[in-house]
Each structure stands twice: as structure tokens, then as C-alpha cells.
Unconditional design. Sequence first.
Length: 262
Amino acid sequence: MNFALFLLILLLLTGGVWALDAAWLGRRRRAQDRQPWWVEYSVSFFPVILIVFLLRSFLVEPFKIPSGSMIPTLLVGDFILVNKFAYGIRLPVANRKLIDIGNPQRGDVMVFRYPEEPSLDYIKRVVGVPGDQVEYRGKRLSVNGAPVPTRQIDDYLSRERMQFSRRYAETLDGSEHEILLEEDGLTALMPSRAFPFSDNCNYNTSGMACTVPPGHYFMMGDNRDNSSDSRVWGFVPDENIVGRAFFIWLNLNELGRFGSFR
């Protein structure tokens, strides 16, 4: 079950018991009588569940990074915080936008519901916004016909795989972040099946090019040769957006990773 839905059900149940006790059960109970256990627990937990629900739905939500697709920006085991209002106030569970505050920008690290399985949350970097022409050929990214500035820096050593990867500093809309490229990695990624607006894309042996449709975003992992992203399964619709990731608050394997990231 979706955790947000589970939390909403708990909130409604405990809130219903709290309201029932305040309006009727409490008045019928004698002063010396104790509350039934189910009333006592509901009344005690309702304020806590309400606060958690409001914080998680409208302010920030914690996530744990499960894969290496965003290395070196985010490592497996990173616990991060996601800003839930950066891209607008959304109705909990239904995820419908109520108040438009802002839209994803190129370079943002965004959490979203996986288009092919909305019960799963994914995290990638926004490289294309509605109307953009995104090309990825020969392991080089271009947006609207302009190559994205990239410069090679020191190689990255994966402690898990004990393997070096070429590391680059890439700049999207003035914001610099790091990416990894493997010399023997695949030049082109092919979609496993047709996806919505797949006609907006063309693929060949050197790579791919896509025009991002209205209300959609093109996402890529920073670990370019080890990321299943929009190159494979297509665009992310606006209604799948969860929020903008902005802070690492814990990694049990590397305690020094506390802090913000780009």
C-alpha cells in the first residue's frame, strides 16, 4: 500500500475517534471511568499523525537512495530530504496541484513517481523541460542544439565496485554538478517498449534525440552509463512529480555526508 495513503487512512480513523469522543463518548462517560483503550490510543496518536501527515504532504519528505544511478551526487544509502512545495502545493495521495508555485528547472534533482509503475519513487536530474530538444550522442548531452558545457576532472573510485570511472563537471543553466562516464559503457540506450510520446524521439547507434512534450520532463541519472532513465522509459508527466531533493541528512556508511548537494 502507498505509505501516503496508509498515513491518510490512519489520520481519518484516529481523527474520527477523537471527534466522536469529544462530541459524544466523552460526555456519556462518568468522570471516574477510563477511556476505552481504542479511544485512548486514537486520541493520543491523532495529533502526532496529523503533524507527520502535514509535514510530509506539504513541507518535506524523507527518502533513502536505493541505487547507484545518481553517483557521485548521491550514494546508495543516502537519506535525503525532498522539498514538497518547490513545484507547487499538491493534494496528498491524489498528487493534484492546488497552488502553482514553481516548475522544475534544468539541473534540479527531482523525486517523481516512476511512469511505468507509479507506486515506485525514482530520483534523477532534470535535463529537459517542456519544449526542449534533448540530444545524447557519443556520451555528450546537448539541449536545444547547444552542447552542455562539460570538463573532465579527477577520476571517481567506487568503493563498492573498486573501480575507477571518468568523472566530469557538467553545467546546466549555470549550475554545476558531477557526472560519471565509463569508457566501455554503451553509447546508446534503446527503449524496452513504446512509451507515451515516443514519436517525439529518434534513436540510432550514436544515441538519441527527443523533443519534450508539454507538461513533461526529461530525466537522466548522473551515473550516465548505469542509469535507467528517460532515455529508456520516456518522459515524466507533471502529475508524477513528488518534489525537489535538496539535502543529505544521513548515511550510515559515510557519516560525513551530512549536508546539501547540487
